[in-house]
Design a protein around this ligand. Sequence first.
Ligand SMILES: Nc1ncnc2c1ncn2[C@@H]1O[C@H](COP(=O)(O)OP(=O)(O)OP(=O)(O)O)[C@@H](O)[C@H]1O
Length: 739
Amino acid sequence: MAEDTLMLNISSGSVQFNRKTNQKHLSSSEKWAQKKRVAKRKAAVEPQESSASKQRKINQTGQQHAQKQTLQTPRSPSQRSNNRDTEENPVQRENSEAKSPSKVKTFPKKAPTEHEDHGRPFIKTSSLFRNNPEIPDVLSPAVNQVKEKVFTSNTFEELNLHPHLVATLHKVLNVSSMTSVQKQTIPVLMSGKDAVVRSQTGSGKTLAYGIPMVQFLQAIQPKVKRSDGPLAVVIVPTRELALQSFQMFQKLLRPFTWIVPGVLMGGEKKKAEKARLRKGINVLISTPGRLVDHIKNTLSIAFSAVRWLILDEADRILDLGFEKDLTVILNALNTAGPDRQNVLLSATITEGLSRLASISMKDPVSVHVSEGSEETVEACPQAAPQALSDSYAVPERLQQHVVVVPSKLHLVCLAAFILAKCKFEQRQKLVIFISSCEAVEFLLNLFTAVLCEIPSNTSSKSTSCLNFYRLHGNMRQEERTEVFQEFSQCKTGILLCTDVAARGLDLPQVTWIVQYNPPVSAAEYVHRVGRTARIGAQGSSLLFLTPSETAFVDVLANHNISLSEMKMVDILSTLMKDERFKGRGKWDSKRSADAFEQEVRERATLLQTDFENYVHASNESLQTAKSALQCFLRAYTTYPSSLKHIFHIRMLHLGHAAKSFGLRDAPQGLASSISTNPANSKHSKKAKDKAKSPPKKLTAKQRVSNLMRSEYDSGMDGQSKAKKKRKNKKGQAEESTDA
Ligand SMILES: Nc1ncnc2c1ncn2[C@@H]1O[C@H](COP(=O)(O)OP(=O)(O)OP(=O)(O)O)[C@@H](O)[C@H]1O
C-alpha cells in the first residue's frame, strides 16, 4: 500500500515521467527503488509457485530497505500491521490509511520507469494477481428451469380481426403466427376482461395488448375523433420504452388514420406536449411522472373517454415508488371515465404487482405462459401472482454465464471480454449494465481512450470495430433518444448503460448482456438478460461477481435460474491475441501452460497500467474516476436488506475497488463519504454533530427507491420535491399563458 500511496502522490502532481529522459539523474536510492519496482512487477505477473523464491529475495531486500525507511519516518502501529493487502474490515483500513499523511512523505519522488517494449509512460501497477481473495468454485444448483414456448402455430386470421389490421401485422410488422402470450391474452382482452399478464421477456407482450386495443378502437362508431381525447392510456417506466411503444402504435394504427397516438415523457418540452394534448391524442403513452404533471397542470387533458389502461412493466412502476403517481392517475381516471379495461404486464410478477392488481382491477384474468400449460388461463386468481413469484422464466435459447472476478481484476476482465467479442469476433452487439451514471461515463471515456487507441508501432488492423454507446438517466433527452435509435440500428456495438435500459427495450440482435455490476434483485436480473434472446432468438449473458458475492447464484437458483461458470483466466487469455499488450519476453505458443498463464498475467498487468496511466494523466480524469468510484460505492449501499448478506459495503475492499476504477489507491476519506452512518465519519465538526443526532433511518425500499430516482432522475420521471415544485409553478404559468 505504501507504494500505491507514493504513486498517488506522484500523479497528484500531474507529472508524466519517462525513464529514458530521467534515468541519468537518478540517485542510488532512486535506482534501488526503480529496480525494486521492476522486480515486483516481474513477480506480479509470474505464477505464484515459480515466483516464490524470487519473491523471498525481493522481500528480504525490501525488508532491509524498509528498516531504513522506518528510521527516516516513523510509522504508526496501525500502518505497520496494515502494510499487507487484506480483506479484513476494509472500511476501517481505509480510514486508518487516510489518517496517516506521514506515509506519503516516506518516499522521495521517483522517476517511474517506461515499459521497455511498448514505449508506454509507465509509473507502476501494483500486482493485480496477488492478495486477491481466493476464487471459489461456483456450483449453480440444479434447477427445474421454467420454460415457455414462444411461438404457436396459430395465425392472426383466426382472431376475427379487421382485415387491415391483419394486413398491417403481416406487411408492416412482419408477424404471421401468434406467440403463446398473444394467443392467450388477445381473446381475453377482446372479451372485455381485465388481465394480469406474465410471460418471459421478448415474447411479444406489447402486441398482446396492442392488437385487441386497436381492434376495439377502430370498431367504435361513430368513428373516434381527436377531440374525444385519450381512449387508451399506456403507462411505462422509462422514456425509451415510451418511445418504443409509441412507434409500435404508429405502425399498428397506420390503416386507421383517424385514431391518433401520442407520447408524453420527461425531458420533452412540456409546452409542445400541451399543444399536442389540446389537438387531441387518442392513444396516450406516457411515463408516470410526466402524466401526473399534466394531470395537475394541463387543463386540456381529460379522461372522460378512457376505455383502456395498460400498465406495462407494472412491477417496476410500483418498485420505483411510483405508487403516489399511480394513485393520482387512477383517481383522475376513476372520477372521469366510464368502465374501462385494465391490463398489467410484466415478465416478473411480484408481491407488489398483486397488490397493484387489487387496487386497480376488477376480477382480473391471470395469463401465465409456461411449458405444458399453454392453456393456463385462470379466472380471478388474486392469489395466483403471489404463487408464481418464486420461479421466473428466461428465454430458452439464452445461455447464462457467471464469472467470479476479484475486484482488482474487474476492469481488465471486462476490457478483455469486450475485446474478445468485439475485436476478435464478428457481428457482436453487447449491452453492459453498470450501477451508476458516473461509472458509465467513466468507463466510456476510459475504454474509448485505451481500447480504441490505434497503436503506431504495429501493423495491426484499426480497432474501429469498437463502437461504444452510452445510455443513462443523466443524459439530455435528445441525446438519449439518438443513442437509443442508433444502437437499435447498429449491427455491432457496445452499449454501456444503467438500469434505465433494463426493462422492455427491444434492441434488435443483441448477442451478449454483461452485468458488470450485479442487479438489485433476481427480477432485475431477468429483465436485464431479457434484452437478448428475444422472440426465440439465441443470446448469451454474463454476470460478474466478486468472490464474496457468489451466493447470489443461490438467490437466482431460488427463482429457478441456473448459470454456468466461465473462468476468468479464459476471458483474460483473449489478451494473447492482442499484440498491443505483449509482455516483455518473446511469446512462443509452444511454451508450457505455466508460461502461457504468466504471459496472460503480464498482459493483463500492462492493460491495467494503461488504464491507470490514463486515469492519472490529468487531474480531471483522476477526479472523474474518484467520483465514479464513490457512486459505485453508494450504489452498493442500496441493495435491499434481503441481499445485504451478499452485497454489503463492509465486504468490499476499498483499495481493490479503487483499482477497478484505474485508481492506484483508495482515495482518502472515501469510507466516511459513503458511510451510511454519520457516526463513522470523524473528520468534520458537522459530521460529529450529525452523529449526535439519531441517524435518519431509511427502509431498504426507500434506499433503492432513492437510488433509482437519482439514477433515473429524468429518465424515470423521478423528480425531487423542490424540482417538482419549481416545475409545477412553471407549468402552471405555461398553462395560463397557453390558455
Ligand atoms: N407474433 C410475433 N411474431 C414475430 N415477432 C413478434 C411477434 N410478436 C411480437 N414480435 C416481436 O418480438 C419482439 C419482442 O416483443 P415485445 O417487445 O413486445 O416483447 P415483451 O414480451 O414485451 O418483452 P419485455 O418483457 O422485454 O418487455 C418485438 O420485436 C416484436 O415486434
